[in-house]
Write a protein that binds this ligand. Structure first.
Ligand SMILES: Cc1cc2nc3c(=O)[nH]c(=O)nc-3n(C[C@H](O)[C@H](O)[C@H](O)COP(=O)(O)OP(=O)(O)OC[C@H]3O[C@@H](n4cnc5c(N)ncnc54)[C@H](O)[C@@H]3O)c2cc1C
Length: 399
Protein backbone atom coordinates (compact mmCIF):
# COMPACT_ATOMS: atom_id res chain seq x y z
CA UNK A 1 0.00 0.00 0.00
CA UNK A 2 1.56 3.26 -1.12
CA UNK A 3 0.02 6.54 0.01
CA UNK A 4 2.45 8.72 -1.92
CA UNK A 5 1.18 10.82 -4.81
CA UNK A 6 2.81 10.25 -8.20
CA UNK A 7 5.41 12.93 -9.11
CA UNK A 8 3.05 14.32 -11.80
CA UNK A 9 0.11 14.69 -9.41
CA UNK A 10 2.30 16.12 -6.67
CA UNK A 11 3.77 18.65 -9.07
CA UNK A 12 0.29 19.72 -10.22
CA UNK A 13 -0.88 19.94 -6.60
CA UNK A 14 2.02 22.24 -5.76
CA UNK A 15 1.35 24.45 -8.77
CA UNK A 16 -2.31 24.75 -7.77
CA UNK A 17 -1.28 25.62 -4.20
CA UNK A 18 1.07 28.33 -5.47
CA UNK A 19 -1.53 29.73 -7.82
CA UNK A 20 -4.11 29.91 -5.02
CA UNK A 21 -1.62 31.69 -2.75
CA UNK A 22 -0.43 34.13 -5.39
CA UNK A 23 -3.56 34.87 -7.41
CA UNK A 24 -6.75 33.64 -5.75
CA UNK A 25 -6.33 34.63 -2.10
CA UNK A 26 -5.70 38.32 -2.92
CA UNK A 27 -9.02 38.41 -4.81
CA UNK A 28 -10.78 36.60 -1.99
CA UNK A 29 -9.47 39.24 0.45
CA UNK A 30 -10.83 42.11 -1.67
CA UNK A 31 -14.38 43.06 -0.56
CA UNK A 32 -15.04 44.56 -3.99
CA UNK A 33 -14.58 41.14 -5.61
CA UNK A 34 -17.85 39.80 -4.12
CA UNK A 35 -21.17 39.94 -6.00
CA UNK A 36 -24.63 40.48 -4.50
CA UNK A 37 -24.86 36.76 -3.62
CA UNK A 38 -21.55 36.71 -1.70
CA UNK A 39 -19.66 34.89 -4.44
CA UNK A 40 -16.88 36.06 -6.77
CA UNK A 41 -18.04 38.73 -9.24
CA UNK A 42 -18.04 37.61 -12.88
CA UNK A 43 -15.39 40.15 -13.95
CA UNK A 44 -12.97 39.05 -11.21
CA UNK A 45 -13.63 35.41 -12.02
CA UNK A 46 -13.00 36.01 -15.72
CA UNK A 47 -9.54 37.43 -15.01
CA UNK A 48 -8.61 34.61 -12.62
CA UNK A 49 -9.79 32.01 -15.12
CA UNK A 50 -7.68 33.53 -17.88
CA UNK A 51 -4.60 33.26 -15.67
CA UNK A 52 -5.42 29.72 -14.50
CA UNK A 53 -5.94 28.54 -18.04
CA UNK A 54 -2.73 30.17 -19.25
CA UNK A 55 -0.91 28.41 -16.40
CA UNK A 56 -2.30 25.04 -17.55
CA UNK A 57 -4.37 24.69 -14.37
CA UNK A 58 -7.76 24.06 -15.88
CA UNK A 59 -10.61 21.52 -15.83
CA UNK A 60 -8.33 18.97 -14.17
CA UNK A 61 -10.57 15.96 -14.84
CA UNK A 62 -11.12 16.57 -18.54
CA UNK A 63 -9.05 14.95 -21.30
CA UNK A 64 -5.88 16.82 -22.29
CA UNK A 65 -6.97 16.93 -25.93
CA UNK A 66 -10.04 18.89 -24.82
CA UNK A 67 -8.05 21.36 -22.74
CA UNK A 68 -8.08 19.60 -19.37
CA UNK A 69 -5.35 17.87 -17.37
CA UNK A 70 -6.53 14.28 -17.80
CA UNK A 71 -6.61 13.51 -14.07
CA UNK A 72 -8.38 10.45 -12.66
CA UNK A 73 -10.18 10.47 -9.29
CA UNK A 74 -6.98 10.04 -7.20
CA UNK A 75 -5.29 13.04 -8.81
CA UNK A 76 -8.51 14.99 -8.52
CA UNK A 77 -8.69 14.26 -4.78
CA UNK A 78 -5.25 15.84 -4.28
CA UNK A 79 -5.75 18.79 -6.58
CA UNK A 80 -9.38 19.72 -5.86
CA UNK A 81 -8.61 19.86 -2.15
CA UNK A 82 -5.78 22.29 -2.84
CA UNK A 83 -7.94 24.40 -5.15
CA UNK A 84 -10.61 24.69 -2.44
CA UNK A 85 -8.23 26.32 0.04
CA UNK A 86 -9.91 29.43 -1.32
CA UNK A 87 -13.69 29.71 -1.57
CA UNK A 88 -13.07 31.07 -5.11
CA UNK A 89 -10.57 28.35 -6.10
CA UNK A 90 -12.89 25.73 -7.62
CA UNK A 91 -14.59 28.29 -9.87
CA UNK A 92 -11.22 29.79 -10.85
CA UNK A 93 -9.91 26.40 -12.07
CA UNK A 94 -13.25 25.30 -13.58
CA UNK A 95 -13.61 22.44 -11.12
CA UNK A 96 -16.66 23.71 -9.23
CA UNK A 97 -20.07 22.09 -8.90
CA UNK A 98 -22.27 21.60 -10.81
CA UNK A 99 -20.17 22.06 -13.97
CA UNK A 100 -17.50 19.57 -12.92
CA UNK A 101 -20.04 16.78 -12.39
CA UNK A 102 -21.86 17.65 -15.60
CA UNK A 103 -18.58 17.65 -17.57
CA UNK A 104 -17.64 14.29 -16.07
CA UNK A 105 -20.99 12.79 -17.07
CA UNK A 106 -21.06 14.20 -20.60
CA UNK A 107 -17.46 13.16 -21.24
CA UNK A 108 -18.27 9.65 -20.10
CA UNK A 109 -21.54 8.99 -21.92
CA UNK A 110 -21.90 11.34 -24.90
CA UNK A 111 -20.94 10.03 -28.34
CA UNK A 112 -17.81 11.88 -29.56
CA UNK A 113 -19.84 13.60 -32.30
CA UNK A 114 -22.00 15.36 -29.67
CA UNK A 115 -19.19 16.40 -27.33
CA UNK A 116 -18.13 19.43 -29.38
CA UNK A 117 -21.59 20.93 -29.05
CA UNK A 118 -22.61 20.01 -25.50
CA UNK A 119 -19.37 19.43 -23.57
CA UNK A 120 -16.58 21.52 -25.08
CA UNK A 121 -18.13 24.95 -24.29
CA UNK A 122 -18.43 23.95 -20.59
CA UNK A 123 -14.79 22.81 -20.53
CA UNK A 124 -13.78 26.08 -22.20
CA UNK A 125 -15.64 28.01 -19.51
CA UNK A 126 -17.71 29.77 -22.16
CA UNK A 127 -20.98 28.80 -20.55
CA UNK A 128 -22.40 27.14 -17.45
CA UNK A 129 -24.56 24.03 -17.02
CA UNK A 130 -27.14 22.69 -14.58
CA UNK A 131 -28.37 19.28 -13.47
CA UNK A 132 -32.15 19.22 -13.18
CA UNK A 133 -33.67 16.52 -11.02
CA UNK A 134 -35.17 17.58 -7.68
CA UNK A 135 -38.83 18.65 -7.48
CA UNK A 136 -40.99 20.33 -4.84
CA UNK A 137 -43.34 18.14 -2.80
CA UNK A 138 -44.94 15.78 -3.74
CA UNK A 139 -42.34 15.25 -6.48
CA UNK A 140 -38.81 13.88 -6.63
CA UNK A 141 -36.44 14.35 -3.68
CA UNK A 142 -34.59 11.60 -1.87
CA UNK A 143 -36.50 8.99 -3.89
CA UNK A 144 -36.46 10.14 -7.53
CA UNK A 145 -37.50 6.76 -8.98
CA UNK A 146 -40.54 6.56 -6.72
CA UNK A 147 -41.76 10.14 -6.72
CA UNK A 148 -40.71 11.99 -9.90
CA UNK A 149 -43.65 13.84 -11.44
CA UNK A 150 -42.08 15.79 -14.35
CA UNK A 151 -43.00 13.86 -17.47
CA UNK A 152 -41.48 13.61 -20.93
CA UNK A 153 -44.04 12.24 -23.42
CA UNK A 154 -42.83 10.96 -26.75
CA UNK A 155 -44.31 12.49 -29.91
CA UNK A 156 -42.62 11.10 -33.02
CA UNK A 157 -38.94 12.01 -32.84
CA UNK A 158 -39.46 14.55 -30.02
CA UNK A 159 -40.19 14.54 -26.30
CA UNK A 160 -42.58 17.04 -24.69
CA UNK A 161 -41.71 17.93 -21.10
CA UNK A 162 -44.15 19.22 -18.47
CA UNK A 163 -43.51 19.63 -14.75
CA UNK A 164 -41.71 21.59 -12.07
CA UNK A 165 -38.19 21.34 -10.60
CA UNK A 166 -36.42 23.19 -7.83
CA UNK A 167 -33.06 23.81 -6.15
CA UNK A 168 -31.41 23.69 -9.56
CA UNK A 169 -27.94 25.06 -8.92
CA UNK A 170 -26.67 27.58 -11.41
CA UNK A 171 -29.87 27.62 -13.49
CA UNK A 172 -29.99 31.42 -13.80
CA UNK A 173 -27.68 32.13 -16.71
CA UNK A 174 -26.83 28.48 -17.45
CA UNK A 175 -27.19 27.39 -21.06
CA UNK A 176 -26.79 23.62 -21.05
CA UNK A 177 -29.20 21.61 -18.92
CA UNK A 178 -29.22 17.92 -18.08
CA UNK A 179 -32.83 17.06 -17.25
CA UNK A 180 -34.20 13.88 -15.68
CA UNK A 181 -37.89 13.22 -16.33
CA UNK A 182 -40.39 10.38 -16.07
CA UNK A 183 -40.98 8.52 -19.33
CA UNK A 184 -42.89 5.51 -17.92
CA UNK A 185 -44.23 4.12 -14.67
CA UNK A 186 -41.75 1.24 -14.62
CA UNK A 187 -40.37 1.28 -11.04
CA UNK A 188 -36.76 0.68 -12.16
CA UNK A 189 -36.61 2.12 -15.67
CA UNK A 190 -39.23 4.86 -15.46
CA UNK A 191 -36.80 7.81 -15.76
CA UNK A 192 -34.87 9.12 -18.76
CA UNK A 193 -32.26 11.87 -19.04
CA UNK A 194 -32.09 14.56 -21.72
CA UNK A 195 -30.06 17.58 -22.76
CA UNK A 196 -31.64 20.90 -23.59
CA UNK A 197 -30.39 24.40 -24.31
CA UNK A 198 -31.60 27.50 -22.45
CA UNK A 199 -32.82 29.04 -25.73
CA UNK A 200 -35.36 26.30 -26.36
CA UNK A 201 -38.92 27.52 -25.63
CA UNK A 202 -41.30 25.81 -23.20
CA UNK A 203 -39.53 26.30 -19.88
CA UNK A 204 -38.77 29.20 -17.54
CA UNK A 205 -37.25 30.11 -14.20
CA UNK A 206 -40.03 30.85 -11.72
CA UNK A 207 -37.73 32.19 -9.01
CA UNK A 208 -34.25 32.13 -7.56
CA UNK A 209 -34.81 30.48 -4.16
CA UNK A 210 -33.36 32.53 -1.29
CA UNK A 211 -31.10 30.29 0.81
CA UNK A 212 -29.19 30.40 4.08
CA UNK A 213 -25.73 30.35 2.57
CA UNK A 214 -23.77 32.23 -0.08
CA UNK A 215 -24.71 31.32 -3.64
CA UNK A 216 -22.68 30.11 -6.58
CA UNK A 217 -23.36 31.86 -9.89
CA UNK A 218 -26.91 31.29 -11.07
CA UNK A 219 -28.24 30.50 -7.58
CA UNK A 220 -30.64 27.66 -6.81
CA UNK A 221 -33.74 28.02 -8.94
CA UNK A 222 -37.26 26.76 -9.33
CA UNK A 223 -38.08 25.85 -12.95
CA UNK A 224 -41.40 25.34 -14.73
CA UNK A 225 -41.69 23.17 -17.83
CA UNK A 226 -44.70 23.83 -20.06
CA UNK A 227 -44.26 21.92 -23.28
CA UNK A 228 -40.46 22.03 -23.65
CA UNK A 229 -39.66 20.04 -26.83
CA UNK A 230 -36.50 17.96 -26.86
CA UNK A 231 -35.41 16.07 -29.99
CA UNK A 232 -34.82 12.38 -29.35
CA UNK A 233 -31.20 12.79 -30.47
CA UNK A 234 -30.67 14.81 -27.26
CA UNK A 235 -31.66 11.89 -25.04
CA UNK A 236 -28.81 10.59 -22.86
CA UNK A 237 -28.19 6.83 -23.04
CA UNK A 238 -31.31 4.71 -23.51
CA UNK A 239 -34.95 5.31 -22.62
CA UNK A 240 -35.28 4.22 -18.98
CA UNK A 241 -31.61 4.93 -18.15
CA UNK A 242 -32.33 8.10 -16.16
CA UNK A 243 -31.31 6.57 -12.84
CA UNK A 244 -28.16 5.13 -14.39
CA UNK A 245 -27.23 8.57 -15.74
CA UNK A 246 -27.88 10.03 -12.29
CA UNK A 247 -25.70 7.44 -10.58
CA UNK A 248 -22.84 7.98 -13.04
CA UNK A 249 -23.00 11.72 -12.44
CA UNK A 250 -23.51 11.69 -8.71
CA UNK A 251 -21.01 8.93 -7.89
CA UNK A 252 -18.07 11.12 -8.82
CA UNK A 253 -19.76 14.46 -8.11
CA UNK A 254 -20.42 13.47 -4.50
CA UNK A 255 -16.76 12.67 -4.10
CA UNK A 256 -15.59 15.92 -5.69
CA UNK A 257 -17.78 17.70 -3.12
CA UNK A 258 -15.81 15.84 -0.42
CA UNK A 259 -12.49 16.85 -2.02
CA UNK A 260 -13.48 20.53 -2.02
CA UNK A 261 -15.03 20.36 1.47
CA UNK A 262 -11.76 18.98 2.85
CA UNK A 263 -9.91 21.93 1.34
CA UNK A 264 -12.37 24.27 3.00
CA UNK A 265 -12.17 22.44 6.35
CA UNK A 266 -8.34 22.73 6.26
CA UNK A 267 -8.61 26.44 5.50
CA UNK A 268 -10.98 26.94 8.45
CA UNK A 269 -8.41 25.34 10.74
CA UNK A 270 -5.64 27.43 9.15
CA UNK A 271 -7.58 30.57 10.13
CA UNK A 272 -8.13 29.25 13.66
CA UNK A 273 -4.49 28.17 14.03
CA UNK A 274 -3.25 31.67 13.14
CA UNK A 275 -5.55 33.17 15.78
CA UNK A 276 -4.77 30.80 18.66
CA UNK A 277 -1.04 31.07 17.96
CA UNK A 278 -1.20 34.82 18.71
CA UNK A 279 -4.08 35.42 21.08
CA UNK A 280 -3.29 35.38 24.79
CA UNK A 281 -5.62 34.71 27.72
CA UNK A 282 -4.88 34.01 31.39
CA UNK A 283 -1.16 34.46 30.87
CA UNK A 284 -0.61 32.09 27.93
CA UNK A 285 -1.27 31.72 24.24
CA UNK A 286 -4.58 30.04 23.43
CA UNK A 287 -2.59 27.43 21.48
CA UNK A 288 -0.95 26.35 24.74
CA UNK A 289 -4.24 25.60 26.49
CA UNK A 290 -5.06 21.92 26.67
CA UNK A 291 -8.76 22.54 25.93
CA UNK A 292 -7.83 24.37 22.74
CA UNK A 293 -5.33 21.66 21.79
CA UNK A 294 -8.02 19.00 22.11
CA UNK A 295 -10.31 20.91 19.77
CA UNK A 296 -7.50 21.47 17.24
CA UNK A 297 -6.32 17.86 17.50
CA UNK A 298 -9.78 16.46 17.01
CA UNK A 299 -10.40 18.62 13.94
CA UNK A 300 -7.05 17.57 12.46
CA UNK A 301 -7.91 13.91 13.07
CA UNK A 302 -11.40 14.25 11.56
CA UNK A 303 -10.00 15.92 8.45
CA UNK A 304 -7.43 13.16 8.06
CA UNK A 305 -10.15 10.51 8.44
CA UNK A 306 -12.19 12.27 5.77
CA UNK A 307 -9.18 12.39 3.45
CA UNK A 308 -8.57 8.67 3.84
CA UNK A 309 -12.23 7.87 3.12
CA UNK A 310 -12.19 10.18 0.10
CA UNK A 311 -8.91 8.90 -1.27
CA UNK A 312 -9.99 5.30 -0.79
CA UNK A 313 -13.24 5.90 -2.67
CA UNK A 314 -11.27 7.77 -5.38
CA UNK A 315 -8.87 4.85 -5.69
CA UNK A 316 -11.79 2.43 -6.06
CA UNK A 317 -13.36 4.61 -8.76
CA UNK A 318 -9.99 4.68 -10.51
CA UNK A 319 -10.02 0.85 -10.54
CA UNK A 320 -13.30 1.07 -12.48
CA UNK A 321 -15.53 0.18 -9.54
CA UNK A 322 -18.74 2.03 -8.66
CA UNK A 323 -17.49 2.43 -5.05
CA UNK A 324 -21.05 3.13 -4.03
CA UNK A 325 -20.65 2.46 -0.32
CA UNK A 326 -17.20 4.06 -0.19
CA UNK A 327 -18.55 7.23 -1.79
CA UNK A 328 -21.53 7.23 0.59
CA UNK A 329 -19.25 6.84 3.64
CA UNK A 330 -17.03 9.69 2.45
CA UNK A 331 -20.00 11.91 1.68
CA UNK A 332 -21.58 11.44 5.13
CA UNK A 333 -18.33 11.73 7.08
CA UNK A 334 -16.84 14.69 5.20
CA UNK A 335 -20.11 16.66 5.30
CA UNK A 336 -19.99 16.30 9.11
CA UNK A 337 -16.27 17.04 9.22
CA UNK A 338 -16.67 20.25 7.27
CA UNK A 339 -19.44 21.43 9.53
CA UNK A 340 -17.58 20.52 12.70
CA UNK A 341 -14.23 21.95 11.57
CA UNK A 342 -15.78 25.27 10.63
CA UNK A 343 -17.74 25.36 13.87
CA UNK A 344 -14.57 24.59 15.86
CA UNK A 345 -12.59 27.25 14.01
CA UNK A 346 -15.35 29.80 14.57
CA UNK A 347 -15.45 28.99 18.28
CA UNK A 348 -11.69 29.28 18.62
CA UNK A 349 -11.68 32.69 16.95
CA UNK A 350 -14.16 33.98 19.54
CA UNK A 351 -16.28 36.98 18.56
CA UNK A 352 -14.05 37.58 15.55
CA UNK A 353 -15.10 34.16 14.21
CA UNK A 354 -18.74 35.21 14.34
CA UNK A 355 -17.98 38.42 12.43
CA UNK A 356 -17.52 38.94 8.72
CA UNK A 357 -13.86 39.85 9.32
CA UNK A 358 -12.93 36.24 8.57
CA UNK A 359 -14.43 33.77 6.08
CA UNK A 360 -15.64 31.49 8.84
CA UNK A 361 -19.21 32.75 9.03
CA UNK A 362 -19.46 32.39 5.19
CA UNK A 363 -18.19 28.84 5.48
CA UNK A 364 -20.47 28.07 8.40
CA UNK A 365 -23.60 28.97 6.44
CA UNK A 366 -22.30 27.16 3.35
CA UNK A 367 -21.32 24.04 5.30
CA UNK A 368 -24.84 23.34 6.49
CA UNK A 369 -25.92 22.36 2.97
CA UNK A 370 -23.32 19.58 2.80
CA UNK A 371 -25.54 17.13 4.70
CA UNK A 372 -28.37 17.71 2.18
CA UNK A 373 -26.90 18.10 -1.31
CA UNK A 374 -26.42 15.04 -3.50
CA UNK A 375 -28.42 12.91 -1.08
CA UNK A 376 -29.20 13.55 2.58
CA UNK A 377 -26.86 11.83 5.05
CA UNK A 378 -29.69 9.59 6.28
CA UNK A 379 -30.26 8.24 2.76
CA UNK A 380 -26.56 7.43 2.37
CA UNK A 381 -26.62 5.64 5.73
CA UNK A 382 -29.55 3.59 4.44
CA UNK A 383 -27.43 2.59 1.43
CA UNK A 384 -24.67 1.55 3.84
CA UNK A 385 -27.04 -0.43 6.02
CA UNK A 386 -28.41 -2.32 3.02
CA UNK A 387 -24.86 -3.13 1.88
CA UNK A 388 -23.97 -4.37 5.36
CA UNK A 389 -27.07 -6.56 5.55
CA UNK A 390 -26.24 -8.06 2.16
CA UNK A 391 -22.47 -8.44 2.48
CA UNK A 392 -22.01 -9.15 6.18
CA UNK A 393 -18.35 -8.89 7.18
CA UNK A 394 -17.40 -8.75 3.47
CA UNK A 395 -18.53 -5.13 3.73
CA UNK A 396 -15.06 -4.30 5.09
CA UNK A 397 -12.96 -6.51 2.82
CA UNK A 398 -9.74 -5.04 1.39
CA UNK A 399 -9.17 -4.59 -2.32
C1 LIG B 1 -27.78 24.06 -1.90
C2 LIG B 1 -28.49 22.96 -2.64
C3 LIG B 1 -28.19 22.74 -3.99
C4 LIG B 1 -28.88 21.76 -4.70
N1 LIG B 1 -28.63 21.59 -6.05
C5 LIG B 1 -29.37 20.73 -6.78
C6 LIG B 1 -29.23 20.64 -8.20
O1 LIG B 1 -28.39 21.33 -8.80
N2 LIG B 1 -30.03 19.79 -8.88
C7 LIG B 1 -30.95 19.00 -8.27
O2 LIG B 1 -31.64 18.26 -8.94
N3 LIG B 1 -31.12 19.06 -6.91
C8 LIG B 1 -30.36 19.91 -6.16
N4 LIG B 1 -30.53 19.99 -4.79
C9 LIG B 1 -31.52 19.15 -4.15
C10 LIG B 1 -30.88 18.01 -3.32
O3 LIG B 1 -30.33 17.05 -4.15
C11 LIG B 1 -32.02 17.47 -2.43
O4 LIG B 1 -32.24 18.45 -1.44
C12 LIG B 1 -31.72 16.14 -1.78
O5 LIG B 1 -31.64 15.12 -2.73
C13 LIG B 1 -32.80 15.76 -0.76
O6 LIG B 1 -34.07 15.85 -1.31
P1 LIG B 1 -35.20 16.74 -0.60
O7 LIG B 1 -34.62 18.08 -0.32
O8 LIG B 1 -36.42 16.69 -1.45
O9 LIG B 1 -35.45 16.03 0.77
P2 LIG B 1 -36.65 14.99 1.18
O10 LIG B 1 -36.64 13.84 0.22
O11 LIG B 1 -37.88 15.81 1.30
O12 LIG B 1 -36.13 14.50 2.56
C14 LIG B 1 -36.16 15.36 3.72
C15 LIG B 1 -35.34 14.74 4.83
O13 LIG B 1 -35.93 13.49 5.19
C16 LIG B 1 -34.93 12.59 5.60
N5 LIG B 1 -35.03 11.36 4.78
C17 LIG B 1 -35.35 11.27 3.47
N6 LIG B 1 -35.33 9.98 3.08
C18 LIG B 1 -34.98 9.25 4.15
C19 LIG B 1 -34.78 7.85 4.39
N7 LIG B 1 -34.92 6.95 3.41
N8 LIG B 1 -34.44 7.47 5.66
C20 LIG B 1 -34.29 8.38 6.65
N9 LIG B 1 -34.45 9.68 6.46
C21 LIG B 1 -34.80 10.13 5.25
C22 LIG B 1 -33.59 13.29 5.43
O14 LIG B 1 -33.19 13.84 6.67
C23 LIG B 1 -33.91 14.41 4.45
O15 LIG B 1 -33.03 15.53 4.58
C24 LIG B 1 -29.84 20.96 -4.05
C25 LIG B 1 -30.11 21.17 -2.69
C26 LIG B 1 -29.46 22.16 -1.99
C27 LIG B 1 -29.77 22.37 -0.54
Amino acid sequence: MDFRLSPEIESLRRRVAEFVEEHVLPVERDPKAYDAHEFIGEAYLGKLREKARAAGLWAFHMPKERGGQGLGPVGMAAVYEEAARSIFGPAAFNCAAPDDGNMFLLNKILPEAQKDRWLQPIIDGGLRSSFVMTEPHPGSGSDPAGTMLTRAERKGDRWIVNGRKWFITGAEGAQHFILVARTSDDPRRGLTAFLYHADQPGWRIVRRIPIMGPEEHGGHCELLFEGLEIPDENRLLEIGDGLKVTQIRLGTARLTHCMRWLGMAKRAMEIAAAYVAEREAFGAKLADKEGVQWLMGEAAMDIHTGRLLTMHAAWKLEQGEFARKEVSMAKVAVADTLHKAVDTALQLCGARGYSKDTLLEWMYRYARSARLVDGASEVHKTVLSKALMKEGSEFWKWG
